[in-house]
Design a binder for this molecule. Structure first.
Ligand code: AMP
Ligand code: ZN
Length: 432
């Protein structure tokens, strides 16, 4: 039974009562974690002081920095022996944010993914090709277990190797794919090269698009080219990963599973709740996690709540597709990158000057990152081999940290514009 009618169509007052019970449990559990012990002591908050859902506003926010500083185990609310899985956010090989799960946590996560997939029309008879990276990133294993629980034949192919992806789709009659939208666009070119037409030569009918922002236009292009229905899947590792917000067959906003998460939308400057339906930063609290509960997590993602009931009958409220971020995090090919990572790496390299710029371009369907770096003047006189070696060295150093390969352009000192005040480090020329 993957359509959990009692939960999915629960009247709002009942849903809120359930949320309140789970919030109390969550706060009491969190109080066991070293990080929250300190937070509660500092703010004088007792878990017993949570007497209504609104009382959540008495709890301080949790940020990505808090998670980083609590590396590795500072947010654990249970003994380490209780844990069975670790995941992390995409994008860095260094100290990113790590999330731990107990067996019950994984069970609950699988549950909401199964529910999400079922909601779009996927069924047991489907063949599911999971084209997301397996490993620490949540998109692989998260969906994998959800699809298996649903009973669909699951192909854990992972990301990349476009020709093989297409071959698998054809040979095994794949009907459902999970794919990063930019990769889905890129793959259209490979289909064309191979003269394979997905509408004619495959049985694809559903795609889950996740891990990076994309527009309605991108969705439409993907739907048209592949001849399928594409559903937006939103999640973040701190809240398990995928399964936080998911579109139903109405494709009119993403249902947030409110029996699993408590959502708030706040003004990113004042951190006060915005008026109903207004855009703001999404703040999330886990309601079913035992290993590592997180309270009032600032996602930095911008969205708004869509008013009114959904035609599908589910009562869990919907959010608009993510429209942007309140920080400078870039997402390239599904990988999260902060400009400061690039700065840190560059500044460690001998010969690198003080100024650099990141330019993002879209060629065809592919995103490219160009890093323009000023280097010491001596590299430009005499033997230019040294310059080429430095360029290769910088490229490799960046690749090893941000996990994508940028094109590196080396420039003489004082070439890049100097700005008074905040440097403009990123120029994003990608448009839809
Ligand atoms: P990670 O923790 O690596 O899973 O990255 C999570 C972040 O990816 C989110 O906070 C969003 O900024 C972004 N993201 C994930 N799914 C989507 C989506 N469907 N639309 C827009 N952004 C997304
Ligand atoms: Zn709906």
């Amino acid at each position: 039974m993957f359509w959990e009618e009692t939960i999915e169509t629960m009247p709002l007052p009942d849903l809120q009562a359930l949320q309140f019970e789970r919030l109390k449990t969550t706060v009491a559990r969190a109080a066991n974690a070293p990080f929250y012990k300190k937070v509660f002591a500092k703010s004088g908050l007792e878990p017993a002081a949570i007497k209504s859902l609104d009382d959540i506003r008495r709890i301080p926010f949790t940020t990505k920095e808090d998670l980083r500083e609590s590396w590795p185990y500072g947010l654990l609310a249970v003994a380490k022996e209780e844990l069975v899985r670790m995941h992390s956010s995409s994008g860095t090989t260094g100290r990113s944010t790590v999330i731990f799960h107990t067996a019950a946590d994984l069970d609950a996560w699988t549950d909401i993914l199964t529910r999400s997939m079922f909601m779009t029309g996927m069924r047991k008879a489907d063949v599911f090709q999971n084209m997301m990276t397996y490993g620490l990133f949540t998109g692989g294993l998260g969906f994998h277990y959800g699809a298996e629980r649903l009973g669909a034949l699951t192909i854990p192919v992972g990301a990349g190797n476009s020709r093989r992806q297409i071959q698998l789709m054809r040979d095994f009659d794949t009907t459902v794919i999970h794919i990063i939208p930019s990769y889905a666009l890129h793959l259209t070119e490979v289909f064309e090269e191979l003269e394979v037409e997905p509408r004619r030569d495959t049985r694809l009918r559903i795609a889950f698009l996740g891990a990076e922002p994309h527009s309605e236009k991108t969705r439409q292009r993907i739907e048209e080219f592949y001849g399928l229905k594409a559903f937006n899947s939103y999640g973040l590792s701190e809240m398990n990963g995928p399964g936080v917000g998911f579109e139903c067959q109405c494709q009119a906003g993403l249902h947030v599973w409110e029996d699993n998460f408590l959502m708030e939308i706040v003004d990113p400057d004042t951190l006060e709740p915005v008026a109903d339906g207004m855009e703001g930063e999404l703040v999330m609290t886990t309601l079913r996690r035992a290993g590592m509960p997180i309270l009032r997590y600032r996602t930095k993602d911008l969205t708004r709540i869509i008013a009114g009931p959904c035609a599908c009958g589910r009562t869990h409220r919907r959010i608009e597709r993510i429209t942007g971020r309140t920080d400078d995090m870039l997402i390239i090919k599904g990988v999260n990158i902060f400009p400061v990572q690039i700065e840190k790496k560059l500044m460690e390299i001998d010969g690198v000057g003080t100024n650099f710029q990141i330019i993002l371009e879209r060629k065809g369907y592919n995103d490219h990152m160009i890093v323009r770096v000023e280097v010491a003047r001596e590299f430009f006189s005499g033997d230019l081999k040294q310059l080429e070696l430095l360029r290769k060295h910088i490229t490799e150093e960046l690749r090893s940290d941000i996990l994508i390969t940028p094109r590196v352009d080396l420039l003489e000192p004082n070439t890049l514009p100097k700005t008074e005040g905040k440097a403009v480090r990123v120029i994003d020329n990608r448009t839809d």
